[in-house]
Design a protein around this ligand. Sequence first.
Ligand SMILES: Cc1cc2nc3c(=O)[nH]c(=O)nc-3n(C[C@H](O)[C@H](O)[C@H](O)COP(=O)(O)OP(=O)(O)OC[C@H]3O[C@@H](n4cnc5c(N)ncnc54)[C@H](O)[C@@H]3O)c2cc1C
Length: 470
Amino acid sequence: MQVIVLGAGLAGLAAAVRAAREGAAVVLLESEAHVGGMVRSEQVGPWHLDHGPHRFWSRDPHVLALAREMMGADVVESERRSQILLMGQRFAYPLQPLDVARKLPAGVLVRGVRDWARERVRQRLHPDSDTDFEAWTVKRFGRTLYDVFFGPYTEKAWGAPCNTISADWAAQRISQSGLYDAVKSMLVPSLGAHQRSLAARFLYPKSGGIGSLAQGFARHLHQLGGRIELHTTVERVETRAGRVSAVSGCGPAGFFRYECDAVISTIPLPRLAQAVDPALGATARTAAEGLRHRAVRFAHVEVARPQVSPNHWIYLPERELEVHRVTEFKNFSAHGLPGDRTALCAEITCAQGDELWNLNDAHLHARVERDLVRAGLVQPGETTLLASTRLAHAYPFYDLGYKARVETTLKALKALTNLRSTGRQGLHRYNNMDHSIAMGWHAAKGLARLSPSAPVAQHERVGTEQVWFG
Ligand SMILES: Cc1cc2nc3c(=O)[nH]c(=O)nc-3n(C[C@H](O)[C@H](O)[C@H](O)COP(=O)(O)OP(=O)(O)OC[C@H]3O[C@@H](n4cnc5c(N)ncnc54)[C@H](O)[C@@H]3O)c2cc1C
């Protein structure tokens, strides 16, 4: 039984390990020079630079145990520390009502509580429907808190007006996202207590950055006899009589073509839909082409002092700053790192191919340092650029029509009985690392035996529930 897995992020790695454990011959194809996808750590000097903050936790004990197995004994368990810099103040996160009451301008606080209470009454009498992100949040938090906390951060991160973003994003993520939870836990303290108990802890590799998690999966796959081919881009998924018969594309030695019994794809849904040959119907192709992503530029800088702050990361929601989050890696694990310097990662969202995406490193560094100075985190001239990285498919975009487009595309792909599309990219779902692992794991279940009763839909349900995790 030959199983081909497309994409070596956590979903693809987990799927490959599961299929190999079930006895399949597995080949994992990855277009980049490394495994891990988003979960990769680039080594520059003593630093292992992640794509922003990557903390691991799972409510699923099996996924947690699997991740621990892959990370080995080399793991640190920490309590999350983060802050929000807003209106010149540093708010502790998770927000503490007294801290907020002390730091938020009195007028804003009074208006916020008044609007929230007014909205609650209004919604009881004349409930609005959840048409989009703005409507969803105003309905639950009131206009003032939306204007302060939700609107600016969301528009900055997504580069789109909030009334063009699906309410699904709010429903799936507001309970999980630091900034938003903070407000919610302030207003409904019982929810805040629950959230804190689950979201505070996380696991992180003691050394090697979060990429060590992916490396652990890759090592395990090799031990099981699985093969990983890097620099190998899948371009064509050949189908015959309702099944995938072969996968082909471009590898280090040029053209490649592998015949197969089954395929698990974790590459972006639009890419998979485009690769199917003969082509999917026009409706499915149009739907897939309409799916969009938000990209991120990451600037990693070294700062010539022992520590910038004790936080794992800091949110910068202010509109006038391009950077929206800053991570300090040393605070995740200081093992083997120099005592006199620290390294930060600044994130700026953008669109693939736009001005920011193409900005050269020197200009990116200048703009990032300007923001870090304005935010009061560093002094001018205090940072040195270590590396800049990009993620083109960082965030699946939840615009108003995304759900129907995902469903149409997946429906057409499901007609191919030995193909499963899963993971963050394969389901176009804004999820966490543990979800991707679970998706890959479930998608590979029973595949090696080609069981007709294999629970195909199980992997699609992962990450749709409301979880307190950010
Ligand atoms: C900035 C940021 C911070 C995050 N923080 C956290 C956090 O704190 N905690 C948490 O749990 N999660 C976090 N996440 C989410 C987490 O990173 C993802 O959910 C997870 O890594 C996705 O894994 P995946 O395998 O599904 O997708 P990916 O990692 O995107 O893997 C897909 C792979 O497919 C490959 N590929 C694409 N096209 C082709 C092709 N044609 N041929 C071959 N290969 C191809 C890609 O190169 C990639 O390696 C964060 C995400 C981001 C962007």
